[in-house]
Write a protein that binds this ligand. Structure first.
Ligand code: SF4
Length: 366
């Protein structure tokens, strides 16, 4: 048995395809959903070894695009997982497909955290994104979640959309704050190749404006804890599941295009639905050596406010962090902070985190 406590399940179906989307997704088709769930069950049965899980994350795609009946079938499949008493069970949902009855089903099967894709509140941006949103319905659904006892709610916001102003980003944040949710995730839009926006030759926002938007978001969300570069939460409401990624822990990944990390192996499942339905699950497997593991640890840990624990590092690799990396110059320049046992990027330099990580990795002594 592996020492795995976390699990990701990918539901790739979406009723509409967003113009910026580079995720693994398929147009919703009820015939495909039932075949997909059947094969997903087989994949889980083949690989899951009965560990007690601390987090289960159902992402997509859009899991809420499934019908009530399909959702019930999904949860019955997932009932094979052993869960710890405080297991965090998250499902992603979009406001154009979530309903009260779907939320009731989620509640019935133990979902205790919901992550909503809101992305923007501005109609011209939503139109260009190929998304729909009724702000009154958003308020209603958030109220309903709280009413049925799912108070752990995340809302995703995308910013730096081509042509978007600082004022519009500020208005989005104000709207999200008015929902009084426990968690906010923010993403700066990347114009990925092969997306509609990229093919339409939309111009990305300048780095300078992007940095200003990030700064504005951070200041408007100052009553939340900025516990990871892109994530903000109220007291204690951090995403246990996402922390498993940032703490470089092992996790199962099931479903089309899902990735996982088991033992020494990181893997990615196929993105081809044809292959997936033929049970050719794995597309890529990368066996990690100690140097790869150390590098993953550094890159992922530094995304969090807490940063790298030197003690944990030594415990894991039997080598001192300072014997691996010359980081004192970065500390002297203020890009890294050393406090007790931890080394971290100060919040004011989060927006430079990629550059800081690259510099640190270049200082590797191994
Ligand atoms: S809902 Fe999410 S996964 Fe589906 S197309 Fe939009 S961004 Fe992509």
């Amino acid at each position: 048995m592996n020492n795995v406590k976390h699990c990701y399940i990918h539901i790739p179906f979406c009723k509409k395809i967003c113009s910026y989307c580079d995720f693994c997704k398929l147009f919703y088709d009820t015939g495909y959903v039932s075949k997909y769930l059947e094969i997903l069950k087989e994949e889980i049965t083949t690989f899951y070894q009965g560990e007690v899980l601390d987090t289960i994350y159902i992402g997509g795609g859009t899991p809420s695009s499934l019908s009530d009946k399909e959702l019930e079938s999904l949860f019955l499949i997932l009932s094979c997982f052993k869960r710890s008493s405080d297991c965090e069970v998250t499902i992603e949902a979009n406001f154009d497909s979530i309903t009260e009855s779907k939320l009731d089903i989620c509640k019935k099967y133990g979902v205790n955290r919901i992550s909503f894709g809101l992305e923007s509140t501005h109609s011209w941006i939503l139109k260009k994104m190929n998304r729909k949103l009724d702000l009154e319905y958003v308020r209603h659904i958030i109220r309903y979640c709280k009413k049925i006892g799912i108070g752990n709610i995340n809302v995703d916001l995308m910013y730096a959309f081509p042509g978007e102003s600082l004022k519009e980003v500020g208005e989005d944040i104000e709207f999200i704050k008015s929902l009084d949710v426990s968690h906010v995730s923010t993403y700066s839009l990347m114009l990925e190749e092969h997306t509609k926006l990229f093919l339409e030759k939309e111009k990305p926002i300048s780095d300078e404006v992007d940095a200003k938007m990030y700064e504005l978001i951070c200041s408007q969300l100052s009553d939340y804890s900025h516990y990871e570069i892109s994530n903000f939460c109220k007291d204690g409401y951090f995403s246990k599941h996402n922390l498993c990624y940032w703490k470089n822990k092992e996790y199962y990944g099931f479903g089309l295009g899902a990735s996982g990390y088991l033992g020494d192996v990181r893997y990615i499942n196929t993105r081809s639905i044809t292959h997936y339905l033929q049970k050719k699950f794995r597309y890529l497997e990368e066996k990690l050596g100690i140097y790869d593991k150390i590098e993953y640890d550094v890159i992922l840990n530094l995304r969090t406010k807490e940063g790298i624990s030197k003690e944990d590092f030594f415990h894991k690799y039997s080598i001192k962090f300072e014997d691996c990396y010359s980081y004192f110059e970065l500390v002297k320049e203020g890009y890294l902070v050393e406090e007790g046992n931890f080394i971290s990027i100060p919040e004011k330099y989060f927006y430079l985190s990629n550059e800081i990580m690259v510099r640190l990795l270049e200082e590797c002594k191994l």
